[in-house]
Ligand binder design. Structure first.
Ligand code: PLP
Length: 432
């Protein structure tokens, strides 16, 4: 497919070189959280570039990197205080995996060296991150090279693995977790890795009440670390700075990416609790991870300016407020069009699942390419939405994510919803 050449952007809009305007209903890949073309960020980037853009992390640190680490530690829950900078979400989750394995080695328990993850998940495209991902389509080509880390059912109440008890199914998910641990052997498991809200593999799937609290109890019982992959949810996307604050469960390690720089520079981070870092500091003292561009001052200064913008403009509060307006609009689509099986999400991370039959929840056959057709229709009408199909083990499912910048205004949301409705109405007509 040929993509249009984008010339410039402002706020939630992008403009191509032919002069066509697109409303960015997905913040790119759920990344451009403060919108496009923000002057304050451009100025901060220029100021830093005039001073110094790059120093190597094993030779020097820099003021922007130190300040950014402090700022993230201030916002991160509990004792998540130690920050390791990387350049992409995949590097952040892969570093989290390595830190967890290293932690148990330094504790004298080297057999704890695998993670356990869930189907219908996405943790990144590099081999370690893909091994953790339960995204059937993205795994398929490389499956023989990947570790089999996905073991658990996704907490996905629309098609709940524990239908009889749903929505009081948190205990069932915890029991399934405990059974898997016993089968694999607790002495082999370093960590449980999860997305607080399932993104690219499911379309904004929120777990049932009590899920994280129950999973945490199981982790504590068997000495298993919790790794929250907040690459998509972190820095305000769900209406709180960190999504795990919705459940008051503090993970041991957090992966961040996307919204950290809001797309203005490649930057991501792995945040580690004091307990873990103290163990490593009193042991080998070295984290065996890192990349050439890690902690470069140019990206760090950019992220600092993004954090300032988020704080000064009450962006997280806006995400919560406008997210509820967006959800109302999506629920209207669910009630109006049988094609929409479920509208769901948290804050400004929302999704729609598309089904052939709203009552039986029967999915569409894959060869109809329903998700791609909806995305294409939106695109032709000047709206960008994001694919979230492909994560379901066994069949692919059809789902999209709707997640505009957190700075979106109500009238812009109305425009987004009008276009989305037109596209859904047309597709419904074609499929009927
Ligand atoms: N983790 C989650 C939850 C993601 O959504 C993504 C990307 O979509 C990643 C990890 C990988 O991030 P990146 O594409 O920056 O490597």
């Amino acid at each position: 497919m040929e993509y249009p050449e984008i010339s410039w952007g402002k706020g939630v809009y992008l403009y191509d070189k032919e002069g066509n305007r697109y409303i960015d209903g997905a913040s790119g890949a759920i990344t451009a959280n403060i919108g496009h073309g923000v002057d304050e960020i451009a100025e901060a980037m220029y100021e830093q570039a005039k001073k110094v853009s790059f120093v190597y992390r094993s030779q020097f640190t820099s003021e922007p990197a130190e300040k950014l680490a402090e700022r993230l530690a201030e916002h991160a829950p509990g004792d998540l205080d130690w920050i390791f900078f990387v350049n992409s979400g995949s590097e952040a989750t892969e570093t989290a995996l390595k830190v967890a394995i290293q932690y148990w080695q330094e504790k004298g328990r080297p057999s704890k060296k695998r993670v356990i993850s869930r189907w219908m998940s996405y943790h990144g495209i590099t081999m370690g991150a893909l091994s953790m991902s339960g995204h059937s389509i993205r795994r398929s080509r490389f499956s023989s090279l990947l570790e089999q880390y996905p073991e658990l059912s996704p907490p996905y109440c629309y098609r709940c693995a524990f239908t009889q008890n749903c929505p009081n199914c948190a205990d069932d998910y915890a029991r399934e977790f405990e059974t898997a641990i016993q089968r694999l052997g607790p002495e082999t498991i370093a960590a449980f890795v999860f997305e607080p809200v399932i993104g690219a593999a499911g379309g904004a799937v929120v777990p049932p009440d009590g899920y994280f609290e129950k999973m945490k109890k199981v982790c504590d019982k068997y000495d298993i670390l919790m790794i929250a992959d907040e690459v998509m949810t972190g820095i305000g996307r769900t209406g709180k700075m960190f999504a795990m604050e919705h459940w008051n469960v503090q993970p041991d390690i957090v992966a961040l990416g996307k919204g950290m720089s809001a797309g203005y520079a490649p930057m991501a981070a792995t945040i580690v609790s004091d307990r873990i870092i103290q163990t490593i500091e009193s042991g080998s003292r070295v984290i065996l991870s890192g990349h050439t561009f890690s902690a470069n001052p140019q990206s760090a200064a950019t992220c600092l300016a993004v954090m300032d913008y988020i704080e000064n403009n009450h962006v997280v509060q806006n995400a919560k407020l406008q997210g509820s307006i967006l959800m109302k609009g999506l629920k209207y689509l669910e009630q109006t069009y049988p094609l929409v099986g479920e509208a769901r999400g948290l804050g400004m991370l929302c999704g729609l699942e598309l089904v052939a039959d709203q009552h039986t929840k029967e999915p569409f056959p894959l060869n109809l390419e329903v998700t791609n057709r909806l995305i294409q229709k939106c695109y032709e009408k000047g709206l960008i939405v994001y694919t979230a199909a492909g994560g379901i083990n066994g069949h692919s499912g059809d789902a999209i994510i709707v997640a505009p910048p957190l700075t979106v205004k109500t009238e812009e949301l109305q425009e987004l919803l009008t276009i989305l409705e037109e596209a859904i109405a047309e597709l419904s007509h074609e499929l009927s």
